[in-house]
Design a protein around this ligand. Structure first.
Ligand code: SAM
Length: 330
């Protein structure tokens, strides 16, 4: 390995992250949606400083997201659907959420000293929307891949536990006309999930329940009965082992005999050091939570077994994720 180059890249990696986030947050990409513009025009339309705007636009050209054509900055057509906030393929919210997270990451030396998460003020409304809609940006691909790779087996009731914007529930319900879903989350995200459900026109089959899965009982399907499937996506990495164990134990009585938990996350191999994305993401949860981390797959299998589930298979899905499928025996 060329360590000098590698270390230089690690050291300066934040620059591109910050340029990307600032461009999203100030509307630099959106203003170029209808066509290329000179820097002074971009600055004028967005109320930005012209010198600063030109410097950042040039860096975006250097990063390959824009081109400079006869004095006009032009959005790269391949990147545009990922960067424009109203595109169905947008990553704008998760980019915004990552920018918010940088305020915690900068405190990593202190987190290392204390073992406590970074000090963080209450999320603003915009930060909450970036977080919750950022989950849509991330879970869009994985939900579709789950549908392609895991047979929901004629499930009739699915609980999307900590479902955020309800991306999984909405994708699953759209693909399975006989399926009804409940999205369970804290009250503020549930408001955002309801917007998404209304926009998708699936309010007759996707409903919501607000609560705290650490302290409240889990819901059961409206009208009674139990869930055939409990979908738990990107939840346990926020929790410590005792909380994860307690949450999985709570799932058992609301899962129908023969029903399944589908538990998706970024899992580590037993070494704890790979895949690299999961090892790095563990640091994200270190700075953000009291006891969260990337779990080892084997550790999670153990927690599911302890909660009374029989682990059947592990399926790779986008992006860098796996789903552990576990059944409640009758
Ligand atoms: C990382 S997001 C995952 C969202 C969604 N499952 C997905 O994969 O797109 C974690 C979700 O858990 C929710 N959450 C966190 N703590 C919770 C709690 N104590 N009770 C209910 N939901 C909670 C958050 O509001 C957020 O929507």
């Amino acid at each position: 390995m060329d360590y000098a180059k590698h270390i230089d890249q690690m050291m300066a990696g934040y620059r591109n992250s910050m340029i990307l986030a600032a461009a999203c947050r100030t509307g630099l990409f959106a203003v170029l949606e209808q066509g290329g513009l000179p820097a002074v025009e971009v600055a004028g339309r967005l109320g930005l400083d012209p010198r600063a705007t030109e410097i950042v636009l040039n860096a975006l050209v250097a990063a390959g997201l824009l081109t400079l054509q006869g004095g006009d900055y032009v959005l790269e057509p391949g990147a545009a659907p990922l960067l424009l906030p109203d595109s169905p393929d947008t990553k704008a919210s998760i980019i915004g959420h990552n920018a918010t997270m940088m305020k915690s990451w900068i405190q990593l030396p202190e987190v290392l000293r204390t073992g406590k998460p970074a000090a963080r003020p209450e999320r603003t409304e915009q930060e909450l929307r970036d977080f919750i809609l950022g989950m849509e940006n991330v879970s869009r691909a994985s939900s579709r891949e789950v549908l392609a790779k895991i047979d929901l087996g004629g499930a009739r009731w699915l609980l999307d536990l900590g479902g955020g914007p309800g991306t999984a529930a909405l994708n699953f319900a759209a693909a399975h006309p006989g399926l009804r879903c409940v999205v369970f989350d804290l009250p503020a995200p549930i408001g955002i999930a309801e917007e998404q459900i209304t926009a998708a026109g699936l309010g007759d089959r996707v409903t919501t329940a607000a609560g705290d899965f650490l302290t409240d009982p889990l819901p059961t399907p409206p009208g009674g009965g139990l869930f055939d499937t409990i979908y738990i996506s990107n939840i346990i990495h926020m929790l410590d082992e005792a909380q994860t164990g307690a949450l999985l134990a709570k799932c058992l009585p609301v899962t129908a005999p023969g029903g399944r938990i589908l538990l998706k996350d970024f899992f580590l191999e037993d070494s704890g050091t790979e895949p690299a994305m999961a090892a790095q993401f563990s640091v994200n949860m270190l700075v953000a939570t009291e006891g969260g981390k990337s779990y080892k797959r084997s550790e999670t299998v153990g927690l599911l077994r302890k909660a009374g589930f029989t682990v059947e298979e592990v399926v790779d899905v986008a992006v860098h994720s796996q789903v552990i499928c576990a059944r409640r025996e009758s």
